[in-house]
Design a protein around this ligand. Structure first.
Ligand code: M6R
Length: 364
């Protein structure tokens, strides 16, 4: 059932173009998003003064991307919280808060408890889930399914891509209902979203061999750092989690500007640093952080928009094709997933079943 791939994780990475295609099918027309599964009126949306996203692990990291998308397009503040914290900290949630919970399995104990906590406080809960008919979709007020199909590898890849695809659709949906997104702008975003499946396939095709070489070099290290700004900062959190979870390399991610407030002390000769610089508005800032890393001997891999020549500080670079600035996460995460995969293989790790971890965490 691995369809010729060595591991489920690699198969699932390669399925991602299809995941996005299935996720958007029937939900996008020329200028609008249709979410049959969510029935919010413009008045209800106006009433929400805050969105709370609650999840664990990779689903939490998807929520960080969701924050950027919703704040950027729908102009409502979004707080993202880890479910095991949310449920015990008497969160400030009421009927004017929209709570979005995210879970591939739909069975994560802390996330399910968060649904109940939010509903007890009077909030409406939307679930973004993969497994149809699982506990969270049954208890949430509305459900948006990712439709990624079964995800077997413990390390989540295609579910993450599906979750962020849903967040983008939700953000456009909110923005349109609130009259914040003009027709032309919305058409462009939707056109760009429809191009994503082929673009993901192109990234896999173009980068896989090069990533294998890079993995052989990075696999020798016990530490790695990931940096990014804006939505790139959300994506690097997922890149670091992926690497740590399956290769057992100690990986940390930081907002690029935070590096010199402490972590730069750990960068010395040969330390791998993966820098995402996909956001034109802050690219120069990230690249100046790359220079600081290079000056200490770090080996820097950049994930950047294609066709940019002035990036001579990068030791390795992976290019992502042109898309709307807000949508880049769906593309930029792909080289990070492949890197984690090939580093783990290089280190002889049990990629699909990492030590100490379970696919579905149904106890706290
Ligand atoms: O099923 P869920 O999405 O609720 O699972 C949440 C986390 O346990 C999960 O994402 C975990 O972090 C993965 N192993 C990450 O790859």
């Amino acid at each position: 059932e691995k369809s010729g791939y060595d591991h489920f994780m690699l198969k699932e990475i390669h399925e991602q173009p299809e995941t996005v295609r299935r996720c958007i099918t029937g939900r996008l027309n020329e200028a609008d998003v249709h979410l049959d599964d969510v029935s919010l009126t413009a008045e209800q949306l106006e009433q929400y003064n805050k969105v709370y996203v609650v999840a664990c692990g990779t689903a939490y990291n998807a929520g960080l991307v969701g924050k950027y998308a919703i704040e950027n397009l729908a102009r409502v503040p979004v707080e993202v919280d880890v479910a095991s914290e949310f449920r015990y900290r008497d969160p400030i949630v009421d009927e004017n808060t929209l709570v979005v919970v995210v879970s591939q399995s739909g069975e994560t104990a802390d996330t399910l408890a968060a649904v109940r906590e939010a509903q007890d406080k009077g909030a409406r809960v939307i679930g973004i889930c993969n497994v149809v008919g699982s506990s969270i979709p049954r208890e949430a007020d509305d459900v948006i399914y990712i439709h990624a199909g079964p995800e077997i590898a413990v390390a989540s890849t295609k579910a993450y891509i599906g979750m962020i695809t849903v967040f983008y659709m939700l953000a456009i949906y909110f923005a349109r209902k609130k009259d914040l997104l003009a027709d032309e702008e919305s058409k462009q975003l939707i056109k760009d979203m429809k191009a994503l499946p082929d673009q993901i396939a192109g990234i896999i095709d173009n980068s896989e061999e090069k990533i294998k070489d890079l993995a052989a070099e990075y696999a020798q290290n016990e530490n790695a750092f990931f940096i990014g700004r804006s939505v790139d900062n959300a994506v690097v959190q997922e890149g670091a989690l992926k690497l740590k979870e399956i290769s057992y390399i100690h990986a940390e991610s930081y907002p690029a500007g935070e590096l010199k407030h402490g972590t730069l002390a750990l960068v010395e000769e040969g330390v791998p640093v993966i820098a995402l610089a996909t956001q034109p508005s802050v690219k120069e800032k990230t690249l100046s952080n790359v220079k600081e890393v290079k000056a200490r001997g770090g080996v820097v891999t950049g994930v950047v928009f294609g066709g940019e020549e002035e990036l001579e500080d990068l030791d390795y670079r992976f290019e992502i094709p042109e898309t709307s600035e807000v949508l880049t996460s769906i593309l930029s995460v792909v080289p990070l997933q492949l890197l984690a995969y090939y580093v783990a293989v290089e280190r002889g790790c049990d990629v699909d079943q990492p030590r100490n971890l379970a696919k579905s965490v149904t106890v706290e």
